[in-house]
Structures are given as structure tokens and as C-alpha cells.
Ligand binder design. Structure first.
Ligand code: AMP
Length: 211
């Protein structure tokens, strides 16, 4: 049995065509089904639906053989025990620093001010500001980061930006790009060795479809 870990939403939707290219169709839609284990057109392949941030963990411990996860999630996780052979080029967005319209971010950085930064991406934010030599206090949040600068909780946020609509709707502006983000295929290193005969054709089909 090959188990593939996916998260609901963009990752699931944009992985479906890649699975199809490998001759696999998923039996049910996770948006309407409450099932967390979904069968596929291949009796030896199943999909499990997990939270986006949990995909690397399931693959790391071998509870899933492979998974699809954003580079943002992988950077936070660290990637231990994961083989990362392929940038799938899907679910693209950018990791950005954003602040309230009118906040002089560049000026604050130039003056060496200590900034308060709210984010779900603590590791990524810490590394980014350390590399720039900017002193920051990081405040960990689990969602709705956009509220932090509006309520005085933080001077800036680090968050994913797709269309930019969420920032605009909350009178925030992106002030710095940290990195471009897309979804990656991750494979459990032991599974790749033990189940190479079943996993390699999947990897090949994904590679051709993602090209
Ligand atoms: P947007 O309004 O299109 O810029 O999207 C911004 C919101 O969607 C923010 O709350 C982000 O955290 C979230 N977001 C954007 N792109 C992604 C992605 N690829 N994966 C997960 N969340 C995302």
C-alpha cells in the first residue's frame, strides 16, 4: 500500500491533475466527505487528508510514504527524514513582511529599532531578520495575522501573500519579500528504499507532469 498525505484546499485541488497524470483518480472529494482516508482508482494507493502543517510529520514518521506540502511548511518543519526530490510548481505564493499603510518600515530598520513581528512562521521570520541584522521580538500567532498591526499587537507580520487581496482589505502593504513559495513532493527516505518499485513510477509521472 502507498499512502499519500495531502491537505484540503489548494494543495489537494492542484495535486489532483498530477495524480491523474500518474493514472490515479481519487474516489471522493474531501470538501464534501468527512472521511480522512480516501480510496483511489488504484487498490494499492490511498490518500490521507491531514492539516497542511502535519504533512511533513506524517511522511517523516512513515505514516504516509509521500506527501505534498508548501515550502513554507517545510522550512518551519526542518525537513528531517524527508527526501525532497521535486518542486511541483503548484500552490505558488510569496512569504512577505507586511505592515500598516503609512508605517515607515525601512526607516525603522535603518534606525535599528526593535520591531515586534507577529507570525505563524516563527522559524522563517527569525532566520530572515537575523540574516538582515534586524532586532525583532517574534510573537507567535496561529491565524488572522493581519489583525496584529491593526490592533497594536505588532509592527509587522510575516505571512503568505497570494493575490494581495487580504492585505489590501486590511490596509496593510507588503514591505519585503522573504521567499517565493510553492508546493514540494516529499517522500519518506526509508519508504523510497523499501517500496522503490511502486514509488519510482509515481515520482517519474509527477516529474513529467510538473515540468
Ligand atoms: P491573498 O488574499 O490571495 O493574498 O491570500 C492571503 C491569505 O491566504 C493569507 O491569509 C495567507 O496566509 C493565505 N495564503 C495565501 N497563499 C497561500 C498558500 N499557498 N498556502 C496557504 N495559505 C496561503
Amino acid at each position: 500500500m502507498i499512502t499519500i498525505a495531502l491537505s484540503k484546499g489548494r494543495i489537494f485541488d492542484e495535486t489532483l491533475p498530477l495524480l491523474r497524470a500518474a493514472g490515479i483518480t481519487v474516489g471522493e472529494d474531501p470538501e464534501t466527505s468527512r472521511k480522512l482516508i480516501l480510496g483511489t482508482s488504484r487498490p494499492d494507493v490511498r490518500v490521507i487528508i491531514v492539516r497542511a502543517t502535519d504533512v511533513p510529520t506524517y511522511v517523516q514518521y512513515g505514516a504516509a510514504d509521500l506527501g505534498v506540502t508548501g515550502k513554507d511548511v517545510l522550512d518551519e518543519h526542518g525537513g528531517n527524514g524527508l527526501y525532497q526530490p521535486l518542486d511541483l510548481g503548484i500552490a505558488r505564493c510569496r512569504m512577505m513582511v507586511a505592515a500598516r499603510e503609512g508605517f515607515d518600515y525601512r526607516g525603522a530598520v535603518r534606525k535599528g529599532a526593535r520591531l515586534r513581528v507577529a507570525t505563524k512562521y516563527v522559524q522563517t521570520a527569525r532566520e530572515h531578520f537575523a540574516a538582515k541584522g534586524v532586532h525583532v521580538d517574534i510573537i507567535k500567532l496561529y491565524g488572522s495575522m493581519e489583525l496584529a498591526p491593526l490592533t497594536g499587537l505588532a509592527d509587522a507580520i510575516v505571512d503568505l501573500v497570494g493575490t494581495g487581496n487580504t492585505l489590501r482589505a486590511n490596509h496593510l502593504v507588503a514591505v519585503e519579500e522573504i521567499t517565493r513559495v510553492s508546493a514540494r513532493l516529499v517522500i519518506n527516505q526509508a519508504a523510497l528504499k523499501l517500496k522503490r518499485r511502486s514509488i519510482q513510477p509515481l515520482l517519474d509521472a509527477f516529474t513529467r507532469a510538473a515540468a
